[in-house]
Design a protein around this ligand. Structure first.
Ligand SMILES: C[S@@+](CC[C@H](N)C(=O)[O-])C[C@H]1O[C@@H](n2cnc3c(N)ncnc32)[C@H](O)[C@@H]1O
Length: 192
């Protein structure tokens, strides 16, 4: 969306974002089969850089060119794709790992599942709606998960870990949901 592009380009020009990969990525990515990875809304590439360090060939997609230009590492092994995820077509069955951290676009949730190769891993984390709190301009309800929504959205995957838990950082919603799941390996056909 054009407004998001403008807003995020401005933020990347004016603010400094952490280069440290998300804890959920550090905790789980090394268990995924090494191959191609997709970092959805990669920002400054803190997670994409970590995946490349682990040996993945990474497609890193974001709408904000200013973030892609301020990558947290030399983007070796990383294809930086400046694209709007409202329109981006996720290639089917390609990725052994898909990472989606601090971003929600409900349109692509089914595509993320289909984008996984059999045995591939999805790591997804985003903030949760919290009824007691008003929403800031940055954290509009449409950008926040409903309780249970993440688990329901990926119910056909084998869920390795799912939590709804407090987030202790200031200036963010107080709760987030985290999911780690695997695409089942297709059962082999009947033997003759
Ligand atoms: C909170 S940042 C998270 C960045 C990264 N995933 C991380 O964990 O550091 C949200 C990112 O979503 C990107 N974004 C927002 N709307 C987008 C859209 N429609 N298509 C692609 N990227 C988008 C922004 O440019 C920004 O980099």
């Amino acid at each position: 969306m054009q407004q998001d592009r403008i807003e995020w380009n401005r933020r990347y020009r004016q603010e400094t974002f952490s280069a440290r990969p998300a804890a959920i990525v550090r905790a789980h990515a090394h268990r995924a089969p090494v191959g191609m990875a997709l970092d959805v809304a990669c920002g400054n590439g803190r997670n994409a850089c970590y995946l490349a360090f682990l040996g993945f060939a990474v497609d890193a997609v974001d709408i904000a060119a200013e973030g892609l230009n301020r990558f947290a590492c030399r983007p070796r092994g990383i294809r930086r794709i400046c694209a709007d995820l409202d329109e981006f077509a996720v290639p089917q069955g390609r990725y052994s790992l898909i990472v989606n951290v601090r971003f929600l676009n409900r349109r692509i949730l089914p595509d993320l599942e289909k984008g996984l190769a059999p045995g591939g891993m999805l790591i997804f984390e985003n903030f949760l709606q919290t009824p007691a709190r008003g929403t800031s301009r940055r954290h509009r309800p449409g950008h926040l998960l409903e309780p249970g929504e993440l688990r329901r959205s990926f119910s056909t995957l084998d869920i390795v870990d799912y939590r709804e838990h407090p987030d202790l950082q200031p200036e963010t919603p107080p709760m987030k949901a985290s999911l780690v799941a695997l695409r089942p390996v297709a059962p082999s056909g009947p033997k003759a």
